[in-house]
Design a protein around this ligand. Structure first.
Ligand SMILES: Cc1cc2nc3c(=O)[nH]c(=O)nc-3n(C[C@H](O)[C@H](O)[C@H](O)COP(=O)(O)OP(=O)(O)OC[C@H]3O[C@@H](n4cnc5c(N)ncnc54)[C@H](O)[C@@H]3O)c2cc1C
Ligand code: SF4
Ligand code: SF4
Length: 347
């Protein structure tokens, strides 16, 4: 892994408009902050090597190094990443009810992990009005309160960095691919700090095709709906081609083409649709909106899923062959697009 400092982070990521506000460079030093969905660098530090650069998912990521560290095997370039098995899943009765985005699998897994002591806390994303808000949750019953997708880039890793600085360990983390890449790079202790302790107990990745720029989305929506009345958002699977905004009893449909204008440039060079650097990854299940696709990647992920099923937090079903084909195609296309966009950037 090539490591540089915050000057190079500015040159290669911030000034190129590639930042997706994952938060991996925030909470490590006083110089990076996030304000209302935007990253701000408030001081030019002159260290030659910094964790900000080393953890950032938008600098050069060494896939081979990550694959060896997390899966103890070579990187294979599979569109879905390294995994053990794929299944359909949804929350079981013991998880309780919540405003789940799909089947509630993420909430079910984290509730089980906290309840059983597999993790001592979990970094999730709640919301403050419309703004997504990373949150460290320590009580199992609070997990479902953070359910539902906030379709905006959110600095969740900053919350993990702050918890680690406070000495917290054995933490769960839920996040998108760029956030999980930042977390995976942090776990390598790239600056070889002698006092480094891995804060992670378990990671749950979210499938992601894009997230929206928070400020641009707020400005855009404020011209169409009263922001205070928004209760949820959704992107139904193709062929719908709409972004749905729920406001109390009504549902506002916005053509996806208009919404795509608000996607940060950094998402265009993101090769990872299924959050490959997680213990398990969860996404929508095409054709059944109250179920999830669940990819189990590590032994720890397998143990959690088995426990969650045995104790009634989670229900599984077979994953159809045509679903796997479609998912692989979608993830492969994202990798191809990212490669093309990187090549365009380099011209
Ligand atoms: C920005 C974004 C884009 C996505 N795009 C796709 C996609 O293209 N295809 C697909 O199949 N799935 C996508 N997903 C995942 C999907 O929306 C659901 O999160 C997933 O199916 C899990 O559903 P669930 O019912 O198990 O989640 P729930 O049980 O409702 O839990 C959702 C969890 O997501 C976390 N969360 C919410 N918003 C964010 C955020 N902005 N950043 C980090 N964590 C967050 C919360 O902490 C919560 O724990 C996306 C998610 C996000 C955040
Ligand atoms: S992508 Fe993440 S780590 Fe990189 S500059 Fe943006 S917030 Fe920092
Ligand atoms: S598309 Fe990639 S870079 Fe953009 S928010 Fe999703 S995981 Fe992050």
């Amino acid at each position: 892994m090539q490591i540089a400092g915050s000057k190079e982070l500015s040159e290669q990521v911030l000034n190129q408009d590639l930042c997706t506000v994952c938060g991996a460079c925030v909470g490590l030093c006083p110089y990076f902050k996030v304000h209302k969905g935007k990253l701000a660098k408030i001081f030019d530090c002159d260290l030659e090597k910094g964790r900000c650069y080393a953890h950032c998912p938008k600098t050069d990521v060494d896939f081979e190094q990550l694959a060896q560290a997390l899966f103890q095997q070579p990187y294979n370039g599979d569109p879905l990443g390294i995994y053990r098995r794929i299944t359909a899943a949804k929350a079981g009765e013991r998880t309780g009810t919540g405003d789940f985005q799909n089947g509630g699998t993420v909430s079910a897994l984290m509730t089980c992990a906290l309840e059983s002591g597999m993790v001592d806390g979990a970094v999730l994303t709640d919301s403050d009005g419309l703004l997504p808000k990373p949150k460290l949750v320590t009580r199992a019953e609070d997990v479902v309160k953070c359910a539902s997708t906030k379709y905006m880039a959110t600095p969740a890793v900053s919350c993990l960095n702050e918890a680690a600085t406070d000495g917290k360990t054995n933490l769960g983390f839920v996040g998108t691919a760029c956030q999980l890449t930042g977390v995976a790079q942090m776990r390598l202790n790239p600056l070889e700090k002698s006092d480094f302790v891995d804060p992670i107990g378990l990671t749950v990745g979210l499938f992601c095709t894009w997230a929206l720029d928070t400020r641009q989305l707020m400005d855009f929506l404020s011209t169409r709906v009263d922001l205070k009345t928004i209760t949820g958002m959704d992107v139904p699977p193709p062929p719908a081609e709409v972004f749905i905004v729920k406001t109390g009893e009504t549902v506002v449909e916005i053509p996806l083409d208009e919404i795509r204008e608000l996607v940060p440039k950094g998402c265009g060079v993101c090769p990872d649709m299924t959050a490959e650097w997680a213990d398990v990854s969860v996404g929508a299940f095409e054709g059944k909106s109250d179920w999830n696709t669940l990819i189990i990647r590590t032994e720890k992920g397998e143990q959690l899923v088995e426990k969650a099923v045995a104790e009634g937090y989670l229900v599984l079903d077979d994953f159809p062959a045509e679903g796997l084909e479609h998912l692989t195609l979608g993830a492969g296309n994202k990798k191809k697009r990212a490669k093309e966009n990187v090549a365009k950037e380099e011209k």
